[in-house]
Write a protein that binds this ligand. Structure first.
Ligand SMILES: Nc1ncnc2c1ncn2[C@@H]1O[C@H](COP(=O)(O)OP(=O)(O)OP(=O)(O)O)[C@@H](O)[C@H]1O
Ligand SMILES: O=c1[nH]cnc2c1ncn2[C@@H]1O[C@H](CO)[C@@H](O)[C@H]1O
Length: 432
């Protein structure tokens, strides 16, 4: 487990005794620190098109459009004949998140979903496996006869991405195949709202079952909202799932507006904190917000400049560490915001996955806290049942840094961890 903070060598957790066993790729729920993700397994087929292509096929720009297999195939064949397909990447919003988590933490995660029983060269399943970190434990995927989902990712000249989703067998995940012990010993269970639109499909029951297992074992549940029109379509079901089963919600500012009716991320966060304990809102060129609770007696004042927006002095206590509302004797709402790292890259090739990257950073900080608590239960860091290792402000910095790394590459998944030292920071910073 790598340390998520300043990432200096001293922040690697000590390993004093030599490990008696050979390293295992499979997660051992009694010994390992890991997060579990549940996803519709999807391979992203990336193609560059112009806006008229979207209009011709009646595809809603910027949306994740669920379509019939035949229509998706017609689009795919046309893209092939145009020579417009540039790549096949592993995708799925939660698949991306757990992969990124494993790359950042240099540690294990588990993916729950489906996989084709018979994999041929060049098939969607083949591409998925080729682009997934070996630290993601895929031993618990459930076999299906057909293909995993195919997400045709259409990139228009303005950099916007639009999905055409051919579900294949991605929704055939069953509740009976969810390994209970893996869920109940995880640092967090992470899933998205996308499966909620698969009405009548087995994945709905699989999702409900995992939520119940995690809730019973008090494993934090993290839900990412997917895309704006999904939230518009399923607002009440998302709200209900969030307030009953979820502790942490992640979304972008459009999804926050669709959920709460508030265009201002701070006001949206204020409302969302009535349902859940923490919320991450990414806001594109405006950076990101992390908001949650701490106990009044444990609040810590920031040394960063004080910011005001729709809430006055909103970041005053951003040096506090996040807690569940029910663990606070006197809950205090804490808001933190950060502008894009280095003002964002000079040129953004593809924003796909920037939000998933930010969420992976938050998960890393939470898992590091879990890991440290197992190793050092008497440490002063665990006098209170904190949700994360670092403060709201520190997690914001980390999440934004990870998003930047995704923006400067073409793919939606990290191919390597963050540098140990930032070239942009002067030597003196690292001497502190
Ligand atoms: N135009 C931009 N300029 C600078 N930084 C950006 C820009 N767009 C995104 N970012 C950075 O990436 C983070 C996440 O971006 P964004 O809000 O677009 O995520 P998203 O819509 O959830 O993405 P996805 O759903 O594709 O994962 C932002 O918080 C910010 O740090
Ligand atoms: O319906 C869906 N279910 C699961 N993941 C999806 C869906 N639509 C798009 N993405 C995934 O979202 C990622 C970017 O955040 C993409 O990699 C894409 O595969």
């Amino acid at each position: 487990m790598k340390f998520p903070g300043h990432r200096k060598i001293k922040h690697y957790f000590p390993v004093s005794a030599p490990k008696p066993e050979l390293p295992r790729f499979e997660v051992d729920p009694r010994r390992d620190t890991y997060v579990v993700g549940l996803d519709q397994v999807i391979v992203d087929v990336v193609a560059k098109v112009d806006d008229t292509f979207l209009q011709q096929h009646g595809i809603g720009k910027g949306l994740s459009n669920l379509v019939e297999h035949d229509k998706a195939d017609r689009i795919y064949q046309q893209l092939l004949s145009l020579g417009a397909i540039s790549d096949h990447f592993a995708g799925g919003t939660i698949g991306n998140t757990v992969h990124n988590y494993s790359v950042l933490a240099d540690d294990k995660s588990v993916l729950l979903g489906v996989m084709s029983a018979n994999i041929t060269l060049g098939s969607p399943a083949y591409h998925y496996l080729c682009h997934t970190s070996s630290k993601v434990d895929l031993n618990h995927l459930q076999a299906v006869q057909g293909d995993v989902g195919r997400g045709i990712t259409l990139i228009t000249p303005d950099g916007e991405r639009t999905f055409v989703i051919d579900p294949g067998d991605m929704d055939q995940l069953t509740a009976a195949g969810i390994p209970a012990e893996l869920v109940t010993n995880a640092s967090a269970l992470v899933l998205s709202a996308y499966p909620l639109r698969a009405s009548g499909q087995p994945i709905i029951a699989a999702m409900q079952h995992s939520l119940q297992l995690a809730n019973k074992a008090e494993v934090p549940v993290v839900m990412s909202l997917g895309t704006r029109h999904l939230v518009e379509e399923l607002r009440s079901s998302i709200q209900q799932t969030a307030s009953q089963h979820v502790q942490i919600l992640a979304m972008n500012e459009q999804e926050a507006e669709a959920l709460t009716g508030q265009a201002d991320p701070l006001l949206a966060a204020e409302t969302i904190l009535e349902w859940v304990d923490m919320v991450l809102i990414t806001a594109g060129a405006d950076g990101l917000y992390l908001c949650g609770y701490t106990d009044e007696a444990l609040k810590r004042e920031t040394s960063h400049p004080i910011k005001s927006g729709s809430l006055a002095d909103f970041n005053r206590y951003e040096f506090s560490r996040p807690m569940l509302r029910r663990d606070c004797r006197q809950p205090l709402k804490v808001y933190s915001h950060i502008d894009p790292y280095l003002g964002g890259p000079e040129r953004i090739a593809n924003t796909n996955g920037a939000g998933d990257g930010a969420l992976a950073a938050l998960l890393h900080d939470m898992a590091a806290n879990h890991h440290h608590r197992q190793l050092q239960p008497m440490s002063s860091k665990h006098e209170q049942p904190y949700l994360a290792y670092s403060s709201f402000a520190q997690i914001c910095k980390y999440a934004n840094r990870v998003s930047y790394e995704i923006l400067v590459q073409f793919a939606s998944r990290l191919s390597k961890g963050l540098p140990e030292r930032e070239d942009s920071l002067e030597e003196a910073y690292w001497e502190r």
